[in-house]
Design a protein around this ligand. Structure first.
Ligand code: FAD
Length: 628
């Protein structure tokens, strides 16, 4: 071997960046190998971070010591809290990013990280001996020269690049992203190693020149002031904040699309890969929702110093002339100039059920996979997988216990469990509805849930560690104070309750009880009852309010989680035979045989497995039996 590293990460996308940073920050010599170093942390599609369910992932990544949240704060050009009129459990953050600054800042962080080396080239093969990862074989970008790099662990994060084909109308080209090539040898190599390979598809809209659009015909959309940051560290929103614009498709747009469906590679049968159902192309929206006479489109700037507009909502692989025709039917786009046309990309990914919950391959020790290669879609889903794979690769090399997070602990736990137990049959993205305990898995408490893990594995720096402990202490003190201090009846308070149609208070009450009232926030209590309160930050107030107002629900969830924890203690030994368990229906027995749950909790999550069947399984486990 010509080079040696503890960990090699293949791919410089969102998963690769986090994996490489985690491994190097945990003290291991790390190589990040990528096809084009200038494209490290490139946003292949929408210039934004976060969104419903995804914002939670970014906050969790930040709490564990990842970089995406910080990078998003420093390079965001519009921040918005989504679902603010809905319950706390589903509120999520999103920011519009300066695409160029996002990539440049991440590249600088990587360049400045000790122990981390970037190698440009294509990984062509993996060196595996006796089911143990030994290293990779690279083809140098400059001269194609092949050389080997030895490693104790390898993390593959090749995104949409394996055997990638781009489609725009009838035209096809090899490549994982516009202007870049495809990764050709790797997926065959993975197949030879025993991985099942699936074919998926995603797509992107055209990019338009801002100067050619008439924004006065669209609705202006401003971000939140002050912006709600992603990071729990002391980051700054450093860039100027800019608006986006909202416009809609119309009957004419839909007619142009309907008239040209036969020229769409999606409908002509040219594209075989399965696309994301929740993020359909515009041709799919028109076909699948014929009753809708308009679809909203958000026009988002790609960067502060760029003239490129990203029209969010019209991802398409229709031919270039059709794209131009339908875009020019949109209000404000009559004279739209195209910088680039939209396209779809088909790519290979693996079956994530072949991975352990650490993202290590079940059948090759030291080989980890993360990101879009595991069948997911989205920067945030990729980044958090990269972080977890990088952490676990590093822990393995150091000979330490892995970090596995459960569904009740984090959205990333939900994601890992869904991928590794259920697999995917379309690109997987995170939604709040995937989490059973979403009232406990909120953005605001991601640090309370996960910072201790980040601190334990050494990914949180001393300043952030101190900041975390100070915040937790302050929250504890504030809660105690709220339980002790009382608000007294007053004319001002009576008037406030009267305007809300609620009962006034007749005698002094602990602030804690008052805060349970839906019509009272901490700021209201402060104003109405003139009690001395702690100076709490906006984030601290949010956490305290939710914890008090939803105390009943949250404690029910905690009981449920404790019950689950107990079920997890019931593990089925490898020799356990579901076939021989008596007293189960044939249907349930078949489901158990097919899914091979490892614990009682996993069995409980198989649809159709009843409480009675679980009781039967508990009895069987207690009596040690039945064996294969
Ligand atoms: P990528 O970001 O794809 O990065 C892969 C990296 O691996 C690249 O740096 C590449 O150079 C490197 N690489 C590949 N093969 C090799 C090799 N053999 N050797 C060395 N390096 C290699 N997500 C959304 O959430 N919404 C969308 O609307 C959306 N649309 C998309 C449209 C398009 C056209 C594309 C391409 C992607 C889209 N995505 C979308 C997906 C999003 O880009 C990915 O989810 C995310 O970038 C995946 O991150 P990743 O790190 O797994 O891989």
């Amino acid at each position: 071997m010509e080079h040696f590293f503890d960990v090699v990460v293949i791919g410089g996308g969102h998963a690769g960046c986090e994996a490489a940073l985690a491994s190097a920050r945990m003290g291991l010599s790390t190589a990040l190998v990528t096809l084009d170093a200038r494209k490290i942390a490139e946003m292949s599609c929408n210039p934004s971070i976060g969104g419903v369910g995804k914002g939670q992932l970014v906050k969790e990544l930040d709490a564990l010591g990842g970089e995406m949240g910080k990078n998003a704060d420093y390079t965001g050009i519009q921040f918005k809290r989504l679902n603010t009129r809905k319950g706390s459990a589903v509120q999520s953050s999103r920011c519009q990013s300066d695409k160029r600054q996002y990539a440049l800042r991440m590249q600088k962080v990587i360049a400045d990280t000790p122990l981390l080396t970037v190698l440009e080239g294509e990984v062509k093969a993996l060196h595996v001996e006796l089911d143990q990862m030994r290293g990779v074989e690279l083809a140098d970008n400059a001269d194609g020269r092949r050389f080997s790099v030895a490693a104790k662990a390898v993390v593959i994060t090749t995104g949409t690049f394996m055997k990638a084909i781009m489609h725009c109308g009838g035209e096809t080209r090899a490549g994982g992203r516009i202007g870049e090539g495809a990764s050709v040898g790797l997926s065959d190599h993975l197949a030879r190693l025993g991985f099942t390979i699936h074919r998926l598809k995603t797509g992107t809209p055209p990019r338009l020149r801002a100067g050619s659009l008439d924004f006065t015909k669209m609705e202006v959309q401003h971000g939140d002031q002050p912006p709600y940051r992603f990071s729990f560290s002391d980051t700054q929103v450093a860039l100027p904040q800019v608006p986006c614009y909202l416009t809609y498709t119309n009957e004419q747009t839909h007619q142009v699309i309907r008239d040209n469906l036969s020229r769409s590679p999606l409908y002509s049968g040219q594209i075989k890969g399965v696309g994301p159902r929740y993020c359909p192309s515009i041709e799919d929206k028109v076909v699948k929702f014929p009753d809708k006479n308009r679809h909203p489109l958000f026009f988002e700037p790609e960067a502060l110093d760029s003239d490129l507009i990203y029209p969010n909502g019209i991802s398409t692989s229709l031919p270039a002339d059709v794209q131009e025709a339908f875009v020019r039917t949109l209000p404000g786009c009559e004279k739209a100039e195209f910088i680039r046309h939209g396209y779809a990309v088909e790519y290979d990914c693996i079956d994530p059920r072949q991975l352990k919950k650490t993202f290590e391959a079940r059948h090759v020790a030291g080989l980890f996979l993360a990101g879009q290669i595991n069948g997911t879609s989205g920067y945030e889903e990729a980044a958090i997988q990269g972080l977890m794979a990088g952490i676990n690769a590093a822990l393995q090399v150091k000979g330490e216990a892995p970090l596995v997070l459960g569904r009740e602990e984090a959205y990333v736990g939900v994601l890992i469990d869904d991928l590794t137990t259920l697999g995917v049959n379309e690109p997987y993205r995170m939604f709040t509805s995937r989490a059973e305990y979403r009232l406990s898995l909120r953005e605001d408490n991601a640090d309370a849930r996960l910072r201790p893990h980040g601190i334990r594995i050494g990914l949180v720096n001393p300043v952030d560690r101190e900041r975390f402990h100070v915040k937790q202490d302050r929250l504890k003190l504030a809660t105690e104070h709220f339980k002790k201090a009382k608000g007294k009846p007053s004319a001002e308070a009576d008037a406030y309750f009267a305007t809300h149609g609620t009962q006034p208070i007749r005698y002094p009450q602990p602030l804690y009880h008052l805060l349970r009232r839906p019509e009272l926030s901490i700021d209201d209590i402060n104003r109405l009852f003139h009690v001395e309160l702690f100076e709490l930050t906006g984030e601290e107030k949010e956490t305290l309010e939710i914890e008090v107002k939803y105390e009943g629900y949250i404690s029910m969830q905690r009981d449920e989680i404790a019950r689950l924890q107990k079920m997890r203690d019931y593990a089925f030994p490898a020799s356990f035979s579901f076939e021989k368990v008596k007293g189960l229906s044939t249907e349930i027995r078949e489901k158990l045989i097919r899914n091979q749950p490892k614990t009682l909790e996993e069995a409980a999550r198989i649809s159709g497995v009843t409480p009675a069947a679980l009781t039967t399984l508990v009895h069987q486990l207690r009596s040690g039996g039945p064996r294969v």
